[in-house]
Structure formats: structure tokens, C-alpha cells
Design a protein. Structure first.
Length: 421
């Protein structure tokens, strides 16, 4: 097929196969395998449907969806579905995140990620006609509506991923010096927050990193003296943001959400409660050592020590059986897939298509980074599944829709660019 990016497709196939093999390995030789075998069979169906959707969308001209007449109704439909979930959704593990359609669970928040990516790309592609600051504020504001509805399900992790994806998309369309200032402000705010409000013990590397960031901030102010007011604005916003986050921690977050963060900071303080997942995930990954225990020989998942080993902690199941070597190969596949998507954004002549590629690449990067970081105990426990690997229909199908769009952008958005190998 002309301009079809076979590199992206091959990475998708390999990662998906690894996910299926890992899912199957968790039911080999298990007495209660009939129920979990149903999970594997369902995932096979989702994979089959997902690849059909992928090929259909890759042959579909993406430029049809770049217009507000298409994007806005899709966004409104997602908002309505999120509102419906809040009132009539199915309660699973204390959260209303799903609706039942034809006997299958559908998670509208996954489609909200796509809707906000399309909406942001559509709005920011109007920057030649409208003020970029107005478009950026409008994009973030409309995304915040989605994120708020997702948050009150409650699903804090998906809400954060949705906001972060759009935030990075918006940052890419801003002038270089403003983008640098924003990124420095975000990192500086994050460090100050971790030291001040979460009562993290002060260590040497905290002080060193804080000094480096302050120096970079001062250099920026000196280099752009004529725009010193921007630094003042972002400093004020940072202070306001800090107090907002403090109030959120004290008044908004539920106890189980706080426990996930405190367990991340000190995973050994509760080995049987909220910290159990992190500890068992670390044990599973560590027990795999270099070469792993072999396919079907993982014990943590089979003996039910590792919770959610087919969804949130599937990476730990994989690492236990395939070890450090297998994990490095998997990470390389994800990295190459994400870089190929970002590279596609530079090879298209369509600004909307380029922003969609950036959004899809950033979304995948955040999801992979957060999920694997959580499995390693480097990040707090969240409900973010691993794309293309974790069992679940909504995450797999929405991921395939987004990757199919990247293929469509490669095929239809680069007529004057050399073909992709």
C-alpha cells in the first residue's frame, strides 16, 4: 500500500502478540482457568475487531474529521456519555466508569481522550485566524470539562492523562521561549510541591535539582528581559496552582487516592493494605531476574498474589516470565512505536494531522510511562492500563482507532513527502 507505514504496523502486531501471550500464560495450569480463559477469549475478539477498525480507518481520509462540524458533535456526544455514566453507569470496585452495551463493558472516558485530542487539534489549527492564547485557553477549558466529569466517576488517573495530553499538545503550538518557560515552571512547581506539601524528606538530590531549575529560570528571565512579565505571570500561576493542589489534597482526594501516593513514597509501611499491589508487583518483576521464569511459569499471577495481573499489572506478569531481557525488548518496541508516531507528525503537510499525531504519541507515552512506572513502584498506583497489552475492549479499540488515524495521516497527509518505508 502506498505510503503505508509498515514499521508502525509491525510494532503494533508485536506488542499485541506479546500481550496475548502474557494473558494466556496467566491461565496455563490454573484450576480456575475457565473464567480467566473467558477473559483471554474476549481479548481475542477485541483484537480482531480492533485490527479491522485499524485497517478501515487507515484507508479513510482523515481530513474528513478536521472540521468543527465533525469534531464538535463528537465532543458533545462524549460529554453526554460521561454524564450518563455518572447517573446510570455500572458500579465496579466502587466506581462508575462503564456502561453495558450488548453484554460488554464500554468505558466512555477512553473515548474522551480521543475527543479532546481531535478538538484541540481542530482548534489549534485555526491559529492563523484566531489568537493562539484564546485557542489554547479554549482547548484547555473544554478538556477540563471532560476531565472533571471523569474525575467525579471517580477516575483521577484518566482525568490527569486527558489533561496532560492536551496540555502538551497546546505547548507545542506556542512560541519557543514561552514553551521553555512553561516547561520550566511545571517542573519547578512539581518539585516544590513534592517537597512542601507531601512531606517528602529533603535529600541532597532534591536540593541540587531545585538549584539547577532556579538557575535555568533566572537565565531565561535574563535572556528575555523584555518579556519579564511572562515570568511574573507564570510565577503567580504557579503559586495559585500550589495552593489549589494543597486544597485538593486536603479536601478533594479520597482516602484511597491519598493512600496510593503515600504508598508510592513509602511502599513498606503497609504490606497488606493499600501498598500490597506495589509490593507484589516489585516482587514479581524482581523474581524474573535477567531471563525470566519462562512462559507459563510465573507464580505471582497464578497464585493470585499479584492483583489485576491481566490489566493494570500485566507488565509485572510479563517481566516475571520473560525477565529483564524481555522487558527491555518490550520497552524498545514501545519506544520505537511512539517515536515513529511523532516522526509521522513531521512528515505530514496537514497541521491538524500533525497535531493529532503529537496527541496520539503523547497519550501513548504517558500511558506507557505511568503504567510501567506504577508496576516498578516508581509512580503511585493508578488505573491506567498498558496500551495494546492489558485486557479490556475500550482501551484496545480506542488505541487502534488512534493508531489507524496515524496511518491515515501518513497515507493521505504527505502527498509531497517521500514515501514511508
Amino acid at each position: 500500500m502506498k505510503k503505508f507505514n509498515w514499521i508502525i504496523f509491525l510494532n503494533i502486531v508485536l506488542i499485541t502478540c506479546i500481550g496475548l501471550v502474557t494473558l494466556y500464560s496467566t491461565i496455563v495450569g490454573v484450576e480456575d482457568s475457565s473464567f480467566r480463559g473467558g477473559v483471554f477469549n474476549k481479548q481475542l475478539i477485541f483484537v480482531f475487531i480492533g485490527f479491522i477498525i485499524y485497517f478501515l480507518i487507515s484507508r479513510f481520509d482523515f481530513r474528513f474529521i478536521k472540521y468543527p462540524q465533525v469534531v464538535i458533535p463528537f465532543y458533545i456526544l462524549v460529554i453526554l456519555s460521561l454524564v450518563y455514566v455518572i447517573f446510570f453507569g455500572v458500579v465496579i470496585n466502587g466506581a462508575k466508569r462503564w456502561v453495558i452495551i450488548a453484554g460488554s463493558q464500554l468505558q466512555p472516558s477512553e473515548f474522551a481522550k480521543l475527543a479532546t485530542i481531535f478538538l484541540t487539534a481542530c482548534l489549534c489549527s485555526m491559529k492563523d485566524r484566531l489568537n493562539i492564547w484564546f485557542l489554547a485557553a479554549l482547548s484547555l477549558g473544554l478538556t477540563a470539562v471532560c476531565a472533571f466529569l471523569i474525575f467525579i466517576e471517580p477516575d483521577l488517573s484518566t482525568a490527569v492523562v486527558t489533561m496532560m495530553t492536551v496540555l502538551f499538545m497546546v505547548i507545542t503550538v506556542l512560541p519557543d521561549h514561552i514553551r521553555t518557560l512553561i516547561l520550566l515552571s511545571i517542573v519547578l512547581l512539581s518539585l516544590v510541591l513534592s517537597l512542601s506539601f507531601l512531606n517528602v524528606g529533603l535529600q541532597f538530590w532534591h536540593v541540587f535539582l531545585l538549584l539547577v531549575l532556579i538557575i535555568l529560570f533566572v537565565i531565561f528571565i535574563l535572556k528575555y528581559r523584555n518579556q519579564w512579565y511572562l515570568s511574573l505571570i507564570f510565577l503567580i500561576l504557579g503559586i495559585i496552582g500550589s495552593f489549589t493542589l494543597k486544597i485538593t489534597w486536603d479536601k478533594v482526594l479520597d482516602d484511597y487516592q491519598k493512600s496510593r501516593i503515600t504508598c508510592f513514597l513509602d511502599p513498606e509501611n503497609d504490606t497488606s493494605g493499600a501498598c500490597f499491589q506495589i509490593n507484589q508487583s516489585i516482587v514479581a518483576i524482581g523474581s524474573g531476574m535477567v531471563y525470566g521464569k519462562g512462559l507459563g511459569h510465573g507464580t505471582q499471577s497464578k497464585l493470585q498474589f499479584l492483583p489485576e495481573h491481566q490489566t493494570d499489572f500485566i507488565f509485572a506478569s510479563f517481566a516475571e516470565e520473560f525477565g529483564l531481557l524481555g522487558s527491555m525488548i518490550l520497552l524498545a518496541l514501545y519506544l520505537y512505536l511512539i517515536l515513529s508516531i511523532i516522526r509521522s507528525s513531521t512528515k505530514t503537510n496537514d497541521y491538524f494531522g500533525a497535531l493529532v499525531c503529537v496527541g496520539v504519541g503523547v497519550k501513548l507515552l504517558i500511558e506507557v510511562f505511568v503504567n510501567i512506572g506504577m508496576n516498578l513502584g516508581a509512580l503511585p498506583t493508578t488505573g491506567i492500563p498498558l496500551p495494546l497489552m492489558s485486557s479490556g475492549g475500550s482501551i484496545f479499540i480506542t488505541t487502534m482507532i488512534s493508531l489507524g488515524l496515524v496511518q491515515s495521516i501518513t497515507v493521505f497527509g504527505s502527498e509531497d513527502v517521500d514515501d514511508v518505508v
